[in-house]
Write a protein of this length. Structure first.
Length: 468
């Protein structure tokens, strides 16, 4: 590795702020899509849960392949003179505005197959745009600094940047996109006002573009990974794939990420439905949001000191163990549809999200360490393609998670459409489904980080010594 620190300003707050703005920009779009797209197409547009599951799986397979293609393009094709990554981030940001809006177009009057086609095409186009931002942004982590503790701080600030859009989407938007009404059975219910999501998508996409532009102005690339051979085309992709799958740490981190994304990040629609159908109070969705993010907020202040003293793996595994145990306990918690039950529900989410929160704060530093291992093993500059392969599995996980949710909803009797009357036990069933999915995710991620991921405190210290 060649380090060009002497020719640019030292690593500092501008890099941390700029890097946090990158995930903020990504998440203004991603959080909206992951939280409301499924509800929009099933409750407002009227697509069945089985059809939605098929559409999502097809689009995510396309999206995952698209990640590797764009990752290879980022590694091999410079579209700007000064930076390898920044022009891709800006180009993706512009197209993200267009396709984010397209995704929430009110096409409820289309034919059944017209709705299917619109959903599939719009989501695939959105996925291309998002990948053009997210892959180069994720790869950027490896070239801002080669100091392990500075990488941890970048990962922490990335989590801070991701939190703001999540707070807006989960706390502010429910008051805008839900309304109270009376269904045909004379019951007071809360429905999704799907038509409000189009202007919301336009506003959030525009904000995303502005903050992504901020990333390109504040972040400096300092680390020069000089490859011993040029990365070109299909052969380079095969070589990078070999580097990926022979890197045990990368495999372990990827399995844990798949569990986290598929069974935590892709299931927020279930949380909304718990408040919509069990507690019957979407105005308090923000309470669950606080429960979800409280562990993350606490550990943001502590993660640097904890990982420096105990190592990233030890801190993550300990937190994940607590989360896995909490997940099992949550399955038997006495939750009732009142204020007391809501408090117990939030406490269960706090325990479940402890391990996931610590992992999410540290995951980008972990991936950067895994890429560093591959560079030391091969001497090749493959950070874009390696990150894209990692992203490939995260994207598959998103599809798997949403498909699991859709098929799970079908199994408990969900009826699509804004005016649908759900089964009498649907509220309790959707909450049970949510906790089962979270518990499985917690246990899977814990086992992978404990027994497969193998970058321990010793290796982290070696990275730190090399960086000095």
């Amino acid at each position: 590795m060649n380090n060009a620190k002497s020719s640019v300003r030292p690593f500092g707050w501008r890099d941390k702020l700029g890097y946090s703005m990158g995930d903020m920009g990504c998440n203004f779009s991603f959080q909206l899509v992951s939280t409301f797209m499924q509800l929009f197409y099933m409750q407002y547009i009227g697509i069945s849960e089985e059809a939605y599951a098929v559409i999502i799986l097809i689009s995510k397979i396309f999206d995952a392949i698209n990640d590797i293609v764009i990752g290879n393009l980022v590694d091999t094709k410079r579209i700007g003179k000064k930076s390898k990554y920044m022009p891709w981030i800006l180009l993706g940001g512009v197209t993200l505005v267009i396709f984010n809006v397209m995704l929430f177009a009110p096409v409820k009057d289309f034919s059944e197959w017209g709705k299917y086609a619109w959903c599939l095409i719009a989501y695939c186009l959105w996925s291309i745009a998002y990948t053009m931002v997210n892959v180069p942004y994720g790869s950027l982590h490896s070239v801002i600094t080669d100091d392990p503790q500075e990488k941890v701080s970048l990962s922490t600030f990335r989590s801070i940047g991701a939190a703001l859009p999540a707070i807006i989407v989960m706390i502010v938007l429910p008051g805008i996109v839900y309304s109270n009404t009376t269904n045909s059975a004379g019951e007071e219910v809360q429905i999704l006002k799907g038509e409000t999501l189009l202007p919301v998508a336009l506003v959030l996409s525009a904000v995303a573009l502005v903050v992504l532009w901020g990333t390109t102005k504040l972040v400096k690339e300092r680390v020069d990974h000089t490859s011993t051979e040029n990365a070109v085309g299909f052969k380079a992709m095969i070589s990078s794939a070999k580097s990926f799958f022979t890197n045990r740490a990368m495999v372990g981190a990827t399995i844990a990420s798949v569990a986290s994304v598929a069974l935590f990040n892709s299931t927020m629609a279930l949380n909304n439905m718990v408040f919509q159908y069990f507690f019957k109070d979407t105005g308090k969705i923000g309470i669950a949001m606080i429960g979800s993010y409280a562990p993350m907020i606490i550990f943001m202040a502590l993660i640097g000191k904890l990982t420096k003293k105990f190592g990233k793996k030890n801190v993550i595994v300990t937190a994940m163990f607590i989360g896995a145990v909490s997940g099992i306990i949550s399955l038997f918690a006495p939750i009732t549809p009142d204020s007391k039950g809501m408090i117990i529900y939030v406490l269960c989410l706090m325990g479940l999200n402890l391990g996931n929160a610590v992992f999410q704060i540290s995951v980008w530093a972990i991936v950067a360490d895994c890429i560093e291992v591959s560079y030391r093993q091969t001497g090749k500059s493959e950070e874009g393609t390696l990150y894209a392969i990692y992203s490939f599995f995260r994207k598959l996980a998103q599809g798997i998670g949403q498909a699991v949710v859709s098929l799970g909803l079908s199994a408990i009797g969900f009826i699509e459409g804004a005016d649908a009357i759900q089964p009498a036990t649907f509220g309790e069933d959707v909450m049970s489904l949510y906790f089962v999915v979270l518990a499985i995710g917690s246990l899977t991620a814990f086992l992978s980080m404990k027994f497969i991921y193998n970058i321990g405190q010793k290796e982290e210290k070696e990275f730190a010594q090399t960086a000095q």
